[in-house]
Design a binder for this molecule. Structure first.
Ligand SMILES: Nc1ncnc2c1ncn2[C@@H]1O[C@H](COP(=O)(O)OP(=O)(O)OP(=O)(O)O)[C@@H](O)[C@H]1O
Length: 604
């Protein structure tokens, strides 16, 4: 395939060299008849590809006539040569550059039929019945697939574009640029361009709409990629068909282990978006309806197929998004209390793993079905940060320390401001950033990282649900992608399909559940037991609500003791933790309230 493409490029280079010679053939001398002939010649040359079936039968008829009159006894050699050539074409595609299977079948059948006909014509004469009828039928039978073949038409378009490039370049403001080579692929074609001295890739990018108009493509069909090795060169990519035009149906998980990269969807050039979630925290952001849950479903559907990952979920929207995956989740938290306990248990697990690995002197936790990775998936993280701030603190801890221990966070949220992310270090720790559509340009930086908007990551221009930009290891160019569409039925099917293979936590991790230390809170490492209660009354949520609803002058400690039903020490520890993370302020001696809940953090 690659060879064939190179051959194609060589042919174009030859064509480009010959370009100056071509007009010589069409020179007219001002005489009317010669002008008409020259115009006809130009027309025939221009449409030579479309005329190929007719030209072929014409050549066959003439060759048949010639052989019949001069060497009728050669017919067996003609038949033999046709069989050999058909064999070569079938095996290699040469000399017709038939790369795809269907192209080879077509070329082999055509060679075989043409050779058979010629052999018969040599022996019997081309006008002997039914040879003329057969030739007529052959034009139709061979011509229809030929005229409608997409790649052939694309090659013709490319040839014509290359011929016309100097004029197009002049029209679009890139005068002096040259096409070095061009290749046709499944989705369209691409050409390497050498720019005139002083022109840069930025000039080409600035002229993209003009290039689209000059090439006569649909708007948005042209992409420009720099040549990493040469500042004066660029690749122009023309996508005849937009892989993102329609929703892309998901066809099943691409992995069976967390150690393999997951395919989330396809880039605009139809290459797959593959990203590894092993030891990486991930953030998915975008406005409501941009497709966050869609991407989350693709990820969960893949992770569900991995027997070396335990999935924990947090969905404070009543489990709307993650509950369908319940059969594949080891645990699902749908209330702030459950979420806090869950994140604390994750901290407990990473501490237990760190301790065990310290003893074993092993450096990283290598996931296996017996020792699975743990991924905590939170849908709408802002809800968690707002309603269960201590869960967010524990998540911070996981984010900072979890990578090597294969305990990672995967969070989706609309606008990941510092506040929405719990004012902690979580956002900074997220190595995979998936930005779906945002409303305001600057929100791109919130999701993908500071300076990304200026660097050309334009999440505000994404124009359909499921389209995203991704920044992760090895994915550091702003390329638009679209996630697979996982329907509700797909979720139901996959959840049932993978439930039987879901692994339990390893014994070490399972033993750590429920013994989480609140080192963040008390700084002492003392185990705080019984602070999370089952059922609806969760003192932490009650405390947080009391602080948020407190008047400007704050609430007193006795009031907080009464509201929460907890002891003074417990209240103090929580207040200190909230204050440390900028969520609560001591208004005056003994009086507390939440830091202005409506104020956006300046860091946001
Ligand atoms: N990859 C995709 N391709 C095509 N359509 C998609 C894709 N992902 C999502 N959609 C469609 O977009 C709509 C919104 O998707 P989704 O619910 O995932 O958005 P969201 O960002 O999670 O919204 P919310 O924040 O309101 O939950 C759905 O109707 C869904 O069918």
């Amino acid at each position: 395939m690659e060879l064939a493409m190179r051959a194609y490029s060589r042919r174009h280079r030859r064509m480009l060299r010959n370009r100056n010679a071509a007009p010589l053939m069409l020179v007219a001398d001002g005489n009317g008849f010669a002008d008409v002939l020259a115009a006809l010649g130009r027309l025939l040359y221009r449409y030579r590809s479309e005329l190929a079936p007719l030209t072929t039968v014409l050549v066959l008829a003439m060759a048949g006539e010639l052989l019949h009159t001069e060497h009728p006894q050669w017919w067996p050699y003609v038949a033999g040569a046709a069989v050999v050539l058909a064999g070569v074409v079938g095996a290699t595609g040469a000399p017709f550059r038939a790369e795809q299977r269907s192209e080879r079948v077509y070329a082999t059948a055509a060679v075989f039929a043409a050779g058979g006909w010629l052999s018969a014509a040599a022996k019997l004469g081309p006008s002997r019945d039914p040879l003329p009828t057969l030739l007529g039928l052959a034009v139709l039978a061979g011509g229809l697939p030929w005229w409608t073949h997409r790649r052939r038409r694309m090659r013709v378009t490319v040839d014509r574009t290359i011929q016309a490039w100097p004029d197009i370049a002049e029209q679009v403001g890139l005068a002096g640029s040259r096409v070095l080579s061009a290749v046709v692929d499944v989705w369209g074609w691409r050409a390497r361009i050498a720019l005139r001295g002083g022109q840069t890739v930025a000039d080409v990018v600035a002229h993209v709409p003009a290039i689209e108009s000059g090439l006569g493509t649909r708007p948005g069909a042209v992409r420009v990629e720099p040549d990493p090795a040469h500042a004066g060169r660029a690749t122009i990519r023309v996508l005849a068909t937009d892989p993102h035009a329609e929703a892309i149906r998901w066809t099943g998980p691409s992995v069976r282990s967390i150690t393999q990269p997951i395919t989330l969807g396809v880039f605009e050039d139809a290459t797959p978006v593959r990203v590894s979630f092993l030891r990486r925290h991930a953030l998915i952001g975008g406005i409501a309806g941009s497709g966050k849950s869609g991407i989350l479903n693709v990820i969960v559907a893949n992770l569900a197929a991995c027997a070396d990952v335990v999935l924990w979920g947090i969905d404070l929207k009543g489990g709307m998004e993650l509950r369908p995956w319940l059969s594949c989740m080891d645990r699902l938290a749908t209330t702030p209390a459950e979420a806090t306990q869950l994140q604390r248990d994750a901290v407990g697990i990473l501490e237990a793993r760190a301790k065990a690995m310290g003893e074993d002197a092993a450096r990283v936790w290598n996931p296996s079905p017996q020792h699975p990775a743990l991924i905590i998936i939170t849908d709408e993280y802002a809800e968690l940060a707002e309603n269960a701030p201590l869960a967010a603190d524990a998540a911070d801890s996981v984010a900072r320390r979890g990578r090597a221990l294969a305990v990672t966070e995967l969070a989706a949220t609309q606008r990941p401001t510092q506040k929405a992310m719990g004012n902690g270090a979580l956002r900074a720790q997220m190595d995979i950033r998936i930005g779906l559509r945002v409303r305001e340009r600057r929100d791109t930086d919130l999701i993908l990282g500071q300076g990304m908007l200026a660097a050309g990551w334009h999440a505000h221009t994404l124009d359909a649900p499921g389209k995203f930009l991704i920044s992760a290891e090895g994915l550091d160019h702003p390329r638009r992608a679209r996630g697979f569409l996982v329907t509700d039925e797909d979720v139901a099917t996959e959840a049932a399909r993978w439930a039987p293979i879901r692994p339990p936590l390893d014994d070490l991790s399972a033993a750590a559940v429920g013994t989480a230390r609140d080192a963040e809170a008390d700084g002492s490492g003392e185990v705080l037991e019984g602070e999370i209660v089952d059922g609806s009354v969760d003192p932490e949520s009650v405390l947080w609500a009391a602080l948020r609803e407190a008047p400007d002058e704050g609430v007193t400690i006795p009031e907080l003791i009464m509201t929460t039903g907890m002891q003074r020490t417990w209240i103090y520890l929580r207040l200190q933790q909230h204050a440390r993370n900028g969520r609560a302020v001591q208004v005056s001696r003994g009086r507390w309230r939440a830091a202005d809940p409506h104020r956006e953090s300046p860091a946001a």
